[in-house]
Design a protein around this ligand. Structure first.
Ligand code: HEM
Length: 445
């Protein structure tokens, strides 16, 4: 009986037929999360696909994903040893490194220094908020300039510069002008990062494509170059900090990280982890934050009624004599509801960064061996019809209770920052940024 049970557990996971050589690569399409959700209807919420030479398990829906990331958090906390991951942050990235004792120390340092400079106490909270407000005001000025005489313009780069500036202010005590050509060109390259590490990217699962003279090879080369260039930009700043370091004066986050890693009690990490940590932090928020803001603008344009409602709400709660702040939050519940609905509806990070299993594990009765690559479909959680009424409809009011206050039980159901041991460590600061940027952009001038 036990033997039969084991045999059943160890059977191949369900999934679509995989073609020789390419596996299911040709079926992914432009929006892999939609394909994954469609396949889940046929094969269940836990199934297997094959991309090139890798078997990949895809997790869909609230129940299976919660079971994996929360109940089996350690088993699903790994990262695959993809070649591209090794090119990031000098090969010492906290984000792209597999689960280990050393990684746990590294993540804790990144997390606590981020907290120390954004939310540790009312003073740091205020200083952090001032950086964001200053960037948002600058954005308003740039937008007004660029839209004179009713001109159209693309705000992508401006949002990226603003997001990068907030992290540069925290990490280096320095910001860059929107017209700074070098900074803009660096960020433009960094914005291409997602093309290589996303779930739709094939370079890591079909590394043999590199040996052909085809576009995939140049994707790899470009990826390596952009990472080297960005890492060296950050490293220069860290070296300057190291040279003028004074243990009695912590000027910014770079100093704080130098202090813990190089001057702390337990020297678990070599000094090169300082520049790696700062690179991770400065890099992580740019693409994500800029994408979030682009969606916010797009949805405000598409729903002028919501735009008018926000305008009126901010006018009433804040007035025209001062700028909105996080202290206005409880009076601006509809604004938060609009932001949560934007995150749910667009699911603009539809699939997390690939995970891998750190040991054999069983999910929904299905056996997954150690070192299996796992894709986690956040989009499927945000569009799960068992969880959301009419998930395809954009409706911020689903997040408000009968008194018009934000319903925390419902907002907690949105999955955009992942969950468990690999959950985004910038989630709180990202939420403050999106809130203030949107409030200031939507405020009556
Ligand atoms: C990881 C989302 C902003 C730092 C992640 C992951 C997601 C995510 C989905 C992958 C989690 C996983 O693999 O399971 C977002 C979104 C953001 C945002 C939607 C903005 C709206 C930021 C910011 C920072 C940041 C501003 C830092 C300042 C990180 C780091 C990781 C991460 C360090 C790696 C965590 C790990 O591997 O342990 N984020 N993020 N993120 N994020 Fe964010």
């Amino acid at each position: 009986c036990l033997w039969v049970r084991n045999l059943r557990l160890k059977r191949r996971l369900p999934g679509p037929f995989a073609w020789p050589v390419v596996g299911n690569a040709m079926q992914l399409g432009q929006m892999p999360h939609i394909t994954f959700a469609r396949l889940a209807k046929k094969y269940g919420n836990v199934y297997q696909i094959r991309l090139g030479c890798s078997d990949i398990v895809v997790l869909n829906g609230d129940k299976a994903i919660h079971q994996a990331l929360i109940q089996h958090s350690r088993e699903f906390a790994g990262r695959p040893n993809f070649v591209s991951f090794q090119m990031i942050s000098g090969g010492r990235s906290v984000t792209f490194t597999n689960y280990s004792k050393q990684w746990k120390v590294h993540r804790k340092i990144a997390q606590s220094s981020l907290r120390a400079f954004s939310s540790a106490n009312s003073q740091t909270k205020k200083a952090f908020e001032q950086h964001i407000t200053a960037e948002a005001m600058e954005l308003v000025q740039v937008f007004l300039r660029r839209s004179t005489h009713g001109r159209y313009f693309d705000p992508v780069q401006e949002f990226t510069v603003a997001a990068a500036n907030i992290m540069c202010a925290l990490c280096f005590g320095k910001r860059y002008g929107h017209e700074d050509v070098e900074f803009r060109s660096l960020l433009k390259k960094v914005n291409k990062f997602g093309e290589t590490v996303g779930a739709g990217s094939l370079v890591d699962v079909m590394p043999w494509l590199q040996s052909f003279p085809n576009p995939v090879r140049s994707v790899y080369e470009n990826f390596k170059n952009l990472n080297e260039e960005f890492f060296s930009f950050v490293k220069d700043k860290v070296v300057e900090h190291r040279e003028s370091f004074d243990p009695d004066v912590t000027r910014d986050m770079s100093d704080a990280i130098i202090n813990v890693i190089e001057h702390g009690k337990d020297k678990v990490l070599e000094k090169e982890f300082v520049e790696a940590t700062v690179t991770d932090l400065v890099g992580a928020g740019q693409d994500t934050m800029s994408t979030a803001m682009q969606w916010i603008i797009l949805l405000l344009v598409k729903h002028p009624d919501i735009q008018a409602k926000l305008h009126e709400l901010i006018d009433k709660a804040v007035g025209q004599d001062r700028l909105p702040s996080t202290e206005d939050r409880s009076n601006l519940a509809y604004l938060d509801a609009f932001i949560y609905e934007t995150m749910r509806f667009t699911s603009f990070v539809p699939v997390t960064i690939p995970h891998s299993t750190t040991s054999d594990v069983t999910i929904e009765g299905l056996h997954i061996p150690k070192d299996t690559v796992v894709f986690i479909n956040q989009w499927s959680v945000n569009h799960d019809p068992l969880k959301w009424k009419d998930p395809h409809i954009f409706d911020p009011s689903r997040f408000l209770d009968e008194n018009g206050a934000l319903d925390k039980d419902v907002t907690n159901g949105v999955m955009i920052f992942s969950s468990g041991k690999r959950r985004c460590i910038g989630d709180q600061i990202a939420k403050v940024q999106v809130f203030l940027f949107t409030a200031i952009l939507a405020a009556p001038v």
